[in-house]
Design a protein around this ligand. Structure first.
Ligand SMILES: NC(=O)c1ccc[n+]([C@@H]2O[C@H](COP(=O)([O-])OP(=O)(O)OC[C@H]3O[C@@H](n4cnc5c(N)ncnc54)[C@H](O)[C@@H]3O)[C@@H](O)[C@H]2O)c1
Length: 256
């Protein structure tokens, strides 16, 4: 018996990294999954993989920062599976090596549009359908940068701080509808996003030997380790949690 048997879940940014691992785990745990991502080829690849393993999956090319796309993704999920219980707002982009002064307005707008407005648009389209099922769970993927940060990451940190604040506000508005809303705050996780951040510093994950000293655990996380945390928030095991930041960071924020 799967932990998500009978559940219908929508996952954004599902073509890569944490979203991809979450899509595979949710399907393996019995969920019907509706996947959205901007990257069409990779989206097709994960869709095929899930289908080949006997999972039930629908997919749609989506830019979460566009209202029509967000709405169309939710509609595709409803048409494919007849409802919606879980939404994972995971799509995100980075912007590194840039102080506030150096941040171009277009870059600021794009980071906010994907990382923060995308959560608003997809959730707004999805909530009536979750409510119609008598409740469910929304999981927003923020970052440790919502709570503590470093130099030259101003726009990204601001967007993720916004995601955490929005998570709390959504949790308040939706509690009486039995819709729980929580955030996951990953530390460094070995995904293309993390690798591009390293590359901008002239480093690679292999060169570091996957060591990562800021984490007390001493290594970067794997996407599957985040997927398991997201699974916990999606299912009934977390039934008394809402408005919470779940920190999954190898001990990064615990460190003085
Ligand atoms: N990897 C890390 O170290 C790390 C740390 C903290 C938070 N996060 C967050 O986790 C989430 C997933 O990141 P990841 O590391 O798996 O990155 P990733 O780059 O591997 O995957 C992100 C996915 O989002 C998709 N995407 C980007 N813009 C989109 C858009 N406008 N519409 C739809 N899809 C879009 C990309 O095509 C990609 O498939 C992001 O929100 C990221 O900010 C990652």
């Amino acid at each position: 018996m799967g932990q998500l048997d009978g559940k219908i879940a929508l996952i954004t940014g599902a073509a890569s990294g944490i979203g991809r691992a979450t899509a595979a785990l949710f399907a393996a745990e019995g969920a019907q999954v509706a996947l959205g991502d901007w990257h069409e080829d990779q989206l097709e690849a994960i869709t095929r993989q899930i289908r080949d393993r006997g999972g039930q999956v629908a997919a749609r090319r989506t830019d979460v920062s566009k209202r029509a796309d967000a709405q169309a993704l939710v509609t595709a999920a409803i048409e494919a599976f007849g409802g919606l219980d879980v939404v994972v707002n995971n799509a995100g982009i980075g912007l590194y090596n840039t102080t506030l002064e150096q941040t171009a307005e277009d870059d600021w707008d794009r980071v906010m549009a994907v990382n923060l407005k995308g959560v608003y648009l997809v959730s707004q389209a999805a909530i009536p359908h979750i409510r119609a099922r008598g409740g469910g769970s929304i999981i927003n993927i923020a970052s440790v940068h919502a709570m503590a940060t470093q130099e030259r990451i101003a726009a990204y940190a601001a967007s993720k701080g916004g995601v955490l604040a929005l998570t709390r506000a959504m949790a308040m508005d939706l509690a009486t509808d039995a819709i729980r809303v929580n955030a996951v705050l990953p530390g460094a996780v070995d995904t293309p996003l993390f690798r591009s951040a390293l590359a901008e510093e002239g480093k690679s994950a292999e060169e570091l030997g996957f060591r990562f000293d800021p984490h007390a655990i001493g290594r970067v996380g794997q996407p599957e380790e985040l997927a398991r945390a997201i699974l916990f928030l999606a299912g009934d095991a977390s039934s008394f949690m809402t408005g919470s930041p779940m920190i999954v960071d190898g001990g990064l924020l615990a460190r003085l």
